[in-house]
Write a protein that binds this ligand. Structure first.
Ligand SMILES: [Zn+2]
Length: 452
């Protein structure tokens, strides 16, 4: 049969498609193409994009299509087990190929620590199910994908870094019941609340005791995007708390040496020797009280500490730098850590489920010391926190009184004042139509406005 050239192309084109489709179909029947986590139904659509490679030349008789030249792309999302191995197995990759991938991956990625449900794998396979390319995108750090490519008969891995876009936002919230709800109502997440409570004002505002209904918090902060997807918060640049009991301004300023800290309007640092809380605060079940009816011993006895009720396993951090003097079991305290700090202070962290420091270890403020538990004489999981000054227990809320905070060097004052005015103007502008993007950090970066 003689066919004109155009028909030849059409004929071989059709045949190619048929072979590819048949190949894919057979495979689909043999194996579930995609194992999709229940929480990620959308990934099914992204799966099995077919990329037939050999193009048929028009002027020659069509070559026979080698099976190994048929390539296809597979996309999948790690399920609840968070296992790369099981995901690859579900796509019928041979054990040897999985091992080769694992080896290449290990050079740039700590699978044990870094894999999470929701991480995305996109790979191109040939028909022998050998990997042509493999891309792994962590759900939490999508800006740092792992890329593996076949070069000759070797797999080469690298870790890319895609720059996130910083956008500066400003909001102002009014507290009804608590700060966390007020921030949530403005459409922002808990991470922003934690940043303000634990970092910006961690040593100067007691968010248990001080907030009152009607207090206002204004924030200028950074949101980080990959394309149009919000990834995480960058630092808070300005926080202005205006309350009935306490008012405080915090301006982030990075001095030319590169140390970023929060300062008040006069250039006085908000850092103190102690943080007011030893963990990401949820609620305090029992405050410092010299007379309290003990729930287990059934008698009045002073409670010389603060109890923080929290889920077992919640991280506990050191409230100031110091030296670990006790790390182990101690009667009713259960598993306990004691730290010696400057100026005659000691702190105790009791009823822990896990201790993460050793006796004799030097630690910095905010280093993890253990996790919340209910060891020793405890009715439920909580942290018992004690602050001791010159041998006697004191109220943790009074710890920073008399502490002499650092002041910004006078040579930085002009730059600081400029930044303060600029950030305050962003917040004031936002009052007319909050919340909004008030500045595009990429487009207009004022000299002192680079995030750490
Ligand atoms: Zn207690």
């Amino acid at each position: 049969m003689r066919l004109p050239p155009r028909s030849t192309i059409a004929f071989w084109g059709l045949l190619t498609s048929l072979i590819v489709v048949t190949f894919i179909r057979t495979d689909l029947r043999a194996r579930p193409w995609v194992t999709t986590a229940e929480s990620e139904p959308s990934t099914q659509e992204a799966a099995a994009v077919i990329v037939p490679l050999p193009a048929v030349a028009a002027d020659k008789p069509a070559p026979s299509i080698s099976v190994s030249q048929i390539r296809h792309q597979v996309a999948d999302t790690l399920g609840r087990d968070g296992s790369i191995y099981l995901t690859l197995k579900s796509h019928a990759l041979p054990e040897l190929e999985i091992a080769r991938l694992g080896q290449a991956l290990a050079g740039v990625f700590d699978a044990q620590r870094e894999t999470r449900p929701g991480d995305v794998i996109v790979m191109v396979l040939d028909s022998l199910r050998s990997v042509v390319s493999f891309e792994y995108t962590p759900f939490r750090e999508p800006e740092m994908p792992v890329v593996i490519e076949r070069v000759g008969d070797r797999l080469q891995a690298r870790r890319d870094t895609i720059e996130l876009t910083n956008r500066i936002w400003a909001i102002e919230v009014v507290i009804e019941d608590n700060l966390s709800n007020a921030i949530a109502e403005a459409g922002e997440g808990d991470a922003l609340t934690d940043f303000v409570v634990d970092y910006v004002f961690g040593s100067v505002i007691d968010f248990h005791r001080d907030p009152r209904r009607g207090d206002r918090l204004g924030l200028v902060f950074t949101r980080r995007y990959l394309g149009s997807r919000f990834i995480r918060y960058g630092p808070v640049l300005l926080a202005r708390y205006e309350g009935q009991v306490t008012s405080q301004l915090g301006i982030q300023y990075k001095d030319p040496i590169g140390i970023a800290e929060y300062y008040d309007a006069n250039g006085t640092s908000l850092e103190r020797l102690f943080l007011l809380k030893p963990m990401q605060f949820r609620r305090i079940s029992s405050k410092f009280n010299r007379k309290r009816f003990h729930p287990i011993l059934k008698r009045n006895m002073p409670h010389l500490g603060t109890d923080y009720a929290a889920a077992p396993g919640t991280d506990v951090w050191a409230t100031a730098r110091g030296l670990v003097t006790v790390a182990g079991r101690n009667g009713g305290y259960g598993k306990m850590v004691e730290i010696e700090h400057p100026n005659g202070y000691r702190t105790r962290y009791a009823h822990l489920s896990r201790i993460l420091v050793r006796k004799g270890q030097r630690i910095r403020k905010r280093d993890l010391v253990g996790q919340v538990g209910s060891t020793g004489r405890a009715t439920g999981p909580h942290l018992h926190y004690e602050l001791i000054h010159n041998g006697s227990q004191i109220d943790p809320r009074s710890v920073n009184r008399g502490d002499e905070p650092r002041r910004l060097a006078s040579s930085y004052r002009e730059a600081f004042e400029q930044r303060k005015r600029y950030l305050a103007s962003l917040l004031d502008d936002s009052r007319h139509a909050p919340p909004q993007v008030v500045a595009d950090a990429a487009r207009r970066p004022p000299a002192a406005l680079t995030a750490p």
